[in-house]
Design a protein around this ligand. Structure first.
Ligand SMILES: [Zn+2]
Ligand SMILES: [Zn+2]
Ligand SMILES: [Zn+2]
Length: 158
């Protein structure tokens, strides 16, 4: 799906919830679309878009990201460094993907399959509970990193 189609879809989602896709919001969403799986902080977004829209301040970006998080358009993750990072949720899949987070170098990998479907079925069956979302983050080391300080160069999240 093209970036402009996805931008339109997100614009529609915002509108449905009573929010406008302003120029500022569109600029933020565009950065997220162009950096898929980037798990960007507000500062990252600011740095990327300041060439094109230097007038959009960090506070506006932060507010926009928080709004997108409330509307479930992005996921918000707080890493060990305490910084909130944002990533677009994939379209057509309501449930949150899983993360593998390397404690040595900070590298982050996403598992796109929903490994919890079986458990969800069981919860429905045994508890009459319908799962609408979940999060599952694994902390540990990639084998290639284990035992070495991988010099924190391959940080996928910054
Ligand atoms: Zn699920
Ligand atoms: Zn690592
Ligand atoms: Zn993610």
């Amino acid at each position: 799906m093209s970036i402009s189609t996805r931008l339109e879809n997100i614009g529609r989602l915002l509108k449905d919830k009573g929010h406008k896709l302003t120029v500022q919001r569109e600029a933020v969403v565009r950065v997220l679309l162009e950096n898929e799986n980037g798990h960007l902080s507000a500062e990252d977004v600011f740095m990327i878009q300041k060439e094109t829209f230097p007038e959009i301040g960090l506070a506006t970006i932060y507010r926009t990201l928080e709004l997108l998080n409330e509307l479930n358009i992005v996921e918000k993750m707080i890493f060990a460094d305490g910084v909130a990072r944002f990533n677009l949720r994939s379209e057509g899949h309501a449930h949150m993907h899983h993360h593998l987070i390397c404690a040595s170098c900070g590298k982050l990998k996403e598992i796109k399959d929903d490994w919890l479907s079986e458990l969800e079925n069981r919860l429905a069956r045994e508890y009459g509970f319908i799962v609408t979302d979940h999060r599952l983050d694994f902390m540990g080391y990639f084998q290639a990193c284990n035992g070495h300080d991988c010099s924190r160069t391959s940080k996928a999240v910054s």
